[in-house]
Design a protein. Sequence first.
Length: 342
Amino acid sequence: MTAKLLPTTVVGSYPQPDWLVDRQMLSKGVARVRLDLWRVAEPFLEQAQEDATLLAIRDMERAGIDVITDGEVRRESYSNRFATALEGISAGQPGEVISKAGLATAVPRVVGPIRRTHAVEVRDMEFLRRNTERLAKITLPGPFTMSRQAVNEYYKDDDEMVMDFAAAVNAEARDLEQAGADVIQLDEPWLRQDPTAAKRIAVKAIDRALDGLKATTVVHLCFGYAAIVKGEKPVGYSFLSELGACCADQISIEAAQPKLDLGVLADLAPKKIMLGVIDLADPDAETPAIVANRIRAGLEYLPPERLVPAPDCGMKYLSRELAFAKLKALADGAAIVRSELG
């Protein structure tokens, strides 16, 4: 991907401006179906989203981040825009699932075979590529996670559904690569929610989703957005070491907020690790020295060639000012350690 030591990156999302989205509505949860949270009327929405995307790109560049995204500015959540664009997903009445906390969440209903019939994020990638000379990354929801965020009313075998999601992701990823993506990341936070099923099908599905790609590939896991998941987070993953067998080049993990036991990194050799060194629950920006210490902690288990410093998760629920300050600390902290390594 890059010869630079300790290249910094983001997980995906960046705060959308208050003039673009209703942030109070956004804060209520992570959308699984389409949600009308836009403040700009439809005739002007695309232009407004492009302007906001440029703001996100320039903020990442100004902060000094090496591998940037489009901030996922056009999305209501990391997963719903792609998932609801697939054939086989009901465009009408959504389904409903009950969370462990007893809360009802609207989710897509699978009513037919899952197929990707048209590009979903390709224009986003083309826009990003036109507007930066830096390495560019784009994210897609992973097949396992999409299958767990849906009500299955068609497939007799859930694993068959997962593999159809994987084929749809692969078709999109191949077009994203052609559009100029240097890095393609799958977001798979639900791997840890159902480790039994993940151990049965997740690696196979990830390999299908990433099949044939020449771009750098990443699988991201986390414990959920800090703004949504309240309280203490686990200090270990219920599904992680198994990803050492998948074909992805990098594994992205949340480590700063949960104070993850970094001994787990030994189980992922020889993967590169996108290590979360920015705590998104902290209302203050880290100092570069704090970031440098977290990177040094990772280097106790990994050579610098295998470590990519990043935030724990997407930053969309932060204020833009705080997100920028945290990214600046990320870049400056990595520079400190980079200079120490020579």
